[in-house]
Each structure stands twice: as C-alpha cells, then as structure tokens.
Design a protein around this ligand. Structure first.
Ligand code: BGC
Length: 723
C-alpha cells in the first residue's frame, strides 16, 4: 500500500467516526424544539421577521439581543466560493480552497463512499471559512444536453442521483455544516430560468424528478433546501403550494428550512402561506446598500401580521425551522468539529474523485494506455489543455489553491524523459473560426510526434468575468451540441496527421462527435475534474490508473436524437415548457424508442476485462429479491467495475420504460480475483407511480432482472414472478 492510499484510508476512518461522535453530542429534536420555542416566545414580531429574510448577500438575519447569530452561507457544489462582502463585492483575501471535480464527475464515479468523502471536504472547508451552510448539492435531472448547468448536476437517472446525493449530504453534515439541496424543482434549463413555467405528467414528477430530493430528505436528512427560480404548474417553485407545502413538508416530512434561490420570491402571501422559510437574494440594483427590509418577506410581513391577515404562528413556524438548523449546525454550542482547508487529505479526495470519475469512452486497438517508455515526443493539442476552469461557470466558481491543467499533468508525469510539444490549435474567444495557421501548426506537431493527446471540449466561459460566461455556465444554455471554436475541423486534421491520437473532452456533457468519431481510436470524457484533474487524467492516459468511471447520462449521436428535441419541447415556447417526453428521459427514451446513442448510459471502459457469472435470484420477501452473482477480473491489470442491475417489467399494466436502474455496486478487483456481489431489490425496485390512484403500485407480474456493465452491455439475465 502506498502512502497516498494509507492517507486516504486514515481520512475515511477518521471522518466516518465523526458522525458517531457528533450524534452522541447533538441535541435530540424534542430538546431543540423546546429550546427554539422558548427563544421564539422572547422575540418581538420585528425580530422574527428579521430572521426570515437575508441580511446580506449570504447571511440570514439574527437577533443580537437574544444571542441569535446570522446563518452564514456559501456556494457551492464543488468548492467554497470566493469571499464576498456584505454587499456583493468580492473581497481580496486569502480564500483559497480545495477545488473538487464537478457534480457530474462525482456521479460518474458511481461510488457513494466518494460522495461522502467529497461532502466531508466541502463541510470542513466551509467551516474553516466561517460558513454554516454550503449551497450544494445540485441535483436537477439532466434532461437536455444543452442545459448550461448540467456540469453541476449529477445524472439523468433518479436512482443514481439518489445514491450519490445521500453520501454527499451526510459527508457535509458530518462536519456540523448544513448542506442545501437545489434547485427544487425542474430547473432543467437556464434559458428563461427566472420566468419559465414548467409542467410535466404527474408520473414524470414522481418517478424522475422527485426521487433525488426525496432521498436527500429522507435518507440524507438534508437540513436546507433551495427553491428553484422557475415556475411549476403556474406558481414559482420557491413558493409553490404543491411542491413545498404538500410534497416536501407534508408528505416527505422535511424538517429543515426552505430558502429561496437568490431573488426567487415574487409574492409575499404565496411565500408565507406555501412554505418558504427564508428569502435570500441581493437586489443588485440597490448596491452597495441593499435594504433587505424591503424584501417580499421583510417589512410587509410585519404589517400583514399586525393587520390580522397572516397569523403570527406562520412566522413562528419559519423561525422554528431556522432555529432548528442553527441548533443542528452548533450555532449555540461549541461542538462543531474544527474545519480545515487546503490539506493534503482534501486534495487526495479531489484526486481520487477525478481518477474514478473520468470515463474512457472508446479504446480501439488498445491505443490507451500509452507506454511512456516507448515514446520520445508527445504533441499536446487543444486550448483546454492549458486552460483553468475553477473560477468560472457562475455561482459554483471556486478560488482554487491550485489547478493542475492537463498539459501540466502530462508534463509532470513524463518528466524529462519525453519531449512535450504544445499547440493550442484554436483560441478560446467569442466567434473564433478555424485559423489555417493554427491548424497547420497543430498538424505539424501531430505529424512529428509519436502520440498525440488532444484536449478540447466545452469550457465555462471566455474569461473570469461573469458576463462572459458561456457554454457550461449558469444563466445560459448551450446553443447546440457541436464543439465550440470550430474544433471539429481541427480534430479531423489532427486525426488525419496522426491516428495515434487520444481525444480528451472536457465539459458537462456530450458533444456531437459524428464528424470524426470513426477516425478516432481513443476518446476520454474528463468533465471538469477539479484541481488535481490534470494529474488524474495523465495517470489514466499512461496507465498508472485504470479508468473506472461510467457515464451518468446518455451521450446521443446528435442533438436531434435527444427526446426533448424529438418531442419538440425544449426550449419552451412563450414562457411555457411541457415535458412531453414524460418518463422517457435519457436511456429510458433511447432504449424504449430504439434510438442508438453514441455512448449509452452506464458506459465506461477499463484496461482490464470483467466476467459476470453464476447469477442467483432469490425472493427475500413477498415483494423483494436478492440478486447474487460473481464478478471476476479476467484481465491483467487491477481495476474496478460498476456492476449495474436493471429491472424490466414484462407486460406492465401502465406504460413503463424498457428498463430502469435499480441497483449497482462498484467492485475493485486484482487480476484473477473474483467476488460475489449481492444486491437487494426492494419493493420500490419493481413499483411505478399510478397517477390515477396517486400512489406507488407494484403489479403482480413477471420481471426481468438484467445485470451488466452498462445499460446496453447486459451480461446476465434472470426472471422473477410476483403474484
Ligand atoms: C444560483 C444558486 C446559487 C445562488 C447564490 C443563484 O443564482 O442559482 O445556485 O446558490 O445564486 O449564489
């Protein structure tokens, strides 16, 4: 075992003990409510109202007279954001932190333990930076490849989201910091995000869009949740009676606080009565001195209560939830573990997530891994090879302590043994069109090299400036699925000059590869892999690490193949977006409608091979089964496989997708080693939402159990009958 592995194991051991220690120390709910109620009894109406809206860009109001502090927050999902002043101005102080791989890269690990480790880093660093709440995870369903924020989110599949989100939240909260799951609900596009009115069939809501939030609440015990900007069925999400009052608080039993997205409240009465607990935002038009008492949940509320229009108990309930979170994050005691930032342990977790999240999409004739001993010259081509991403993308921007680019990672790995020639091939600039001189230079470099590593794809924006954000960024969607900056022309020329080229793509999702994929032997999806990403990537390309990431979303061949394009629903017309594809999101669509994707959901190659053997399916109750099979590493390199279990109902009573993911396990195996994998499928694995009866049901039926290495590569099949 090397030192890094030992460090990693120690970190996991220590961090997994913290929740046990904390739970022994933390107050039980009954005591918290008793204490909160006695504080509420001492408060004036004005003091209560002061707590239910922002007091600065990232704080809620406190009550100094009673020793109630402000709740202090920060973005975001993959690192603690830059330090802002009480207005909106960025402060130039030492705010450097660990920049973790983005959410979609975390999901691509299919490793819930890493979700937990990721969360502990965020929680600890938020704490070290004086925060109580970290504004993540982001878990909106990846519905269209064009959504500018897909990189922050996790998957097209509700089961995978549910499994990853729980670890993340528990990891954050193990550090005495509250996680904030967002954006509830259906913020699946950035186009018109402030106004778009989303509607969808009830089954799509229940089966696709809600399960991640349900898991966050019921299994993750998430302490805070952010309401989305958009409307749902005609009412803004943050103040939506059905979503917040009925589903979240009544049915799911959410105990924490609902905060608005920044500036997402639009109506005082709706927010008060439907369940918004805290109005956040910064009125940029009022900078540098916004008057937070003018917010929808500010002074107006005082007058509504005084005039008897709103019962004071409605405000008490919100304050009670805010106090509940404050007790949970140890604002009134000193039991919160000490936070640290920029530790080697945190960087080791960033590296591990990148190593496990990068996906090997194609590897014909075993082009990869490259053998460094047999190479004299490498051409690295593409502007993304030498481009840093941490500080851009919107609110998830991170002041990274460092960021190892792909070019640096490759140079560090090969050292002086190999000559590395770099040619950017294109410029990251608005309206850049292929420049023959730059292409010529890249082609020359490719021709003279033994191997070529092309690093391109999407980027977060043209510069650090918020207004210059584009492509994978908040507030804007992608125009299409084509590679920006005319990269197709460059890639074609490079592949022609040297077929020993590995194509590495950065970005939050798929690009249209049809113009050159047949000529490319090796393709790697690197997402935005965080501060250690260049190192992880180089180790994969040169075989020090065996890739084990799997796609958490389908990569269609073209945009036209995507269901939102097929059903002509994205982007919505006249402010309205109906999700006509219903349940058929991602692979549920491609499978059922027989549309061959470029790379299917769950796909990801390894440098070794795995055999699936000896399937046994046993009933473990009247409506559940236990699935057992053996997984064997049949190749010559140690590696990990994500074994995936899908369920198909034969002759369902209501329409169902061809197959649905209901279990998975990531298994690490030495060459020749085998292990028995056991996965339990409970009733929920066989159920669907009956929108006539408005409840989950399970048919007495025959179900196929499909086990494989991806949603297409099914290796074992069995059946089970339920009466
Ligand atoms: C984003 C949120 C973010 C908030 C605070 C909003 O624009 O949608 O995700 O947490 O700003 O920065």
């Amino acid at each position: 075992m090397n030192v890094r592995n030992l460090q990693w194991m120690l970190t996991m051991l220590v961090s997994s003990c913290i929740p046990l220690w904390l739970s022994a120390q933390t107050l039980d709910d009954a005591t918290i409510y008793r204490k909160a109620d006695s504080l509420i009894a001492l408060m004036t109406l004005e003091e209560k109202v002061n707590m239910i809206h922002a007091s600065s860009s990232f704080t809620s109001g406190g009550v100094p007279r009673l020793g109630i502090p402000e709740l202090v927050m920060s973005d975001g999902p993959h690192g603690v954001r830059m330090e802002h002043g009480r207005g909106w101005t960025e402060l130039h102080v030492d705010d450097s932190v660990t920049y973790l791989p983005v959410g979609v890269c975390l999901a691509a690990t299919w490793n819930p333990q890493l979700g937990y480790a990721f969360g502990t880093v965020l929680g600890s660093e938020a704490n070290a930076r004086g925060r109580d709440v970290i504004l993540g995870p982001g878990i909106c369903v990846i519905r269209t490849p064009l959504n500018g924020r897909n990189f922050e989110y996790m998957s097209e599949d509700p089961y995978l989201i549910s499994k990853m989100v729980v670890g993340y939240i528990q990891g954050v909260q193990s550090q005495g910091i509250a996680a904030c799951v967002k954006h509830y609900l259906a913020n699946n596009q950035e186009t018109d995000r402030f106004t778009i009115n989303v509607d969808m069939p009830e089954r799509a809501l229940q089966e696709i869009y809600l399960p991640g939030f349900k898991a966050a609440v019921q299994q993750g015990n998430v302490l805070t949740l952010m309401g989305a900007y958009n409307k749902f069925r005609g009412q803004y999400c943050t103040e939506n009676a059905y979503l917040i009052h009925n589903i979240l608080k009544s049915q799911l039993g959410f105990k924490g606080l609902v905060m608005s997205d920044w500036g997402a409240v639009h109506n005082t009465m709706e927010a008060l009565m439907n369940g918004t607990d805290l109005e956040m935002g910064t009125d940029l038009s009022m900078l540098p001195n916004p008057d937070y008492h003018k917010f929808f949940m500010g002074d107006t509320v005082i007058s509504l209560v005084k005039r008897g229009i709103v019962p004071e108990s409605v405000i008490d309930e919100k304050v009670r939830r805010i106090l509940y979170v404050m007790y949970k994050v140890h604002k009134f005691d000193s039991l919160r573990p000490k936070g640290v930032r920029n530790t080697p342990e945190h960087q080791a977790i960033a590296l591990k997530v990148a190593k496990e999240g990068i996906v090997l999409l194609k590897n014909d004739q075993h082009l990869l891994p490259f053998n460094v001993k047999k190479i004299k010259t490498i051409a690295v081509i593409g502007a993304s090879a030498d481009w840093k991403n941490a500080r851009a993308g919107g609110s998830s921007q991170v002041p990274a302590l460092f960021e190892i680019t792909p070019l640096q990672g490759i140079r560090d790995l090969v050292g002086n043994r190999v000559r590395v020639v770099y040619a950017s091939g294109y410029r990251i600039a608005r309206d850049f069109h292929a420049d023959p001189a730059m292409i010529q230079q890249a082609v020359e470099a490719a021709r003279k090299a033994d191997i070529v590593i092309y690093v391109g794809g999407w980027i977060h924006g043209y510069s650090d400036a918020w207004d210059d954000n584009a492509f994978d960024a908040e507030g804007v969607d992608k125009p299409d699925m084509y590679l920006p900056f005319d990269q197709d022309t460059l890639i074609k020329a490079v592949l022609k000059a040297n077929p020993r080229t590995a194509i590495v793509l950065m970005g939050g999702g798929p690009v249209d590869m049809t113009r050159w994929i047949d000529q490319a032997s090796a393709i790697v999806q690197a997402w935005y892999p965080g501060m250690e990403g260049g190192k992880a990537l180089a180790e994969i390309l040169f075989g020090l690490v065996n890739p084990s990431g799997k796609l958490p979303m389908t990569f269609p061949k073209t945009l036209a193949d995507n269901p939102t394009a097929r059903f002509d629903s994205y982007p919505g017309k006249q402010g309205f977006e109906y999700y006509s594809e219903g349940l058929f999101v991602g692979y549920r669509y491609y499978d059922t409608y027989h549309v061959q994707p470029q790379f299917c959901f769950g796909h990801g190659l390894s440098y070794t091979t795995f055999a699936y053997e000896q399937l046994q399916i046993e009933k473990s109750g009247p409506d559940s089964v236990t699935v057992r099979f053996t997984l064997r590493n049949t190749g010559s390199m140690a590696g990990a496989e994500v074994a995936q279990v899908y369920v198909h109902e034969e002759q369902p009573r209501m329409v169902r997708p061809e197959k649905e993911l209901k279990g998975f396990q990531k298994v690490f195996l030495q060459p020749g080693e085998s292990r028995t994998v056991t996965i339990r499928l409970p009733r929920s694995a066989f159920s669907y939402f009956d929108d006539h009866r408005m409840q989950w049901v399970m048919d007495p039926a025959r179900f196929d159990i499909l086990i494989g290495s991806s949603s297409e590569d099914i290796r074992l099949k069995g059946q089970v009958d339920f009466e």
